[in-house]
Design a protein around this ligand. Structure first.
Ligand SMILES: CC(C)(COP(=O)(O)OP(=O)(O)OC[C@H]1O[C@@H](n2cnc3c(N)ncnc32)[C@H](O)[C@@H]1OP(=O)(O)O)[C@@H](O)C(=O)NCCC(=O)NCCS
Length: 181
């Protein structure tokens, strides 16, 4: 089966209400993360016509705060497909309805896996790329996938193989006091 990027596109919009605020009066990062996860789920499920789960998240950075009273839109599409997983690109924008000003708050990438009724990984459709933007996003997705897998290997315990001397060398010029007992 083959599907277009457009087949995957989905947008969700939510008003930022006061109960979403943190102690500083801005919207909690966790609220936005939850919305991102939801839109990624819908996008991946719509594309694959399967139940999807989140595997990995790349590129989440909160560089511009989102305010209470803003209308947040999350636009998602499948940018890249592997065999059983998809990378969903999400663009987050916040609109202040009174002014009409829209700010781009974040773009991030959710890797989603498709599962069958038994919970096993399931093959996803091939992706039809119809313009240069979709082609560029696919290539970016391929690079993100490579980085994601490298990070996984690294976090699995790369530093276990680094000896004590090298670990101590890594603390030079860092803001730590090493006081091993
Ligand atoms: C993600 C998961 C499917 C990987 O299982 P695995 O046995 O390690 O599988 P594999 O190494 O064979 O990889 C399977 C696919 O996952 C991808 N993958 C695995 N780890 C990844 C990572 N860290 N980042 C991105 N993709 C990853 C592989 O590239 C592969 O993709 P492809 O089929 O599209 O080529 C498995 O760990 C899982 O089911 N996790 C739970 C996910 C979940 O339930 N999430 C809900 C939130 S709790």
């Amino acid at each position: 089966m083959k599907k277009t990027v457009r087949d995957s596109e989905v947008t969700i919009t939510e008003l930022m209400i006061p109960s979403y605020a943190n102690f500083g009066g801005k919207v909690h990062g966790g609220i936005l993360l939850s919305l991102m996860d939801k839109v990624a789920f819908v996008c991946a499920s719509k594309f694959s016509q399967a139940y999807c789960v989140t595997v990995a998240v790349e590129g989440v950075e909160f560089l511009t705060p989102v305010e209470v009273g803003e209308l947040v839109s999350l636009k998602a599409s499948v940018n890249y497909v592997g065999r059983t997983t998809m990378i969903v690109g999400i663009r987050v924008e916040a609109l202040l309805p009174q002014s009409g000003v829209v700010k781009h708050t974040n773009s991030c990438y959710f890797t989603m896996a498709a599962k069958d009724d038994q919970g096993n990984l399931q093959e996803v459709p091939e992706l039809i790329l119809q313009n240069e933007l979709q082609l560029r996003r696919f290539c970016e997705g391929k690079a993100i996938r490579r980085l994601s897998l490298q990070k996984r290997e690294y976090l699995k315990g790369n530093l276990k193989d680094v000896n004590l001397q090298d670990q101590l060398a890594m603390t030079i010029n860092e803001r730590v006091v090493v006081s091993l007992s």
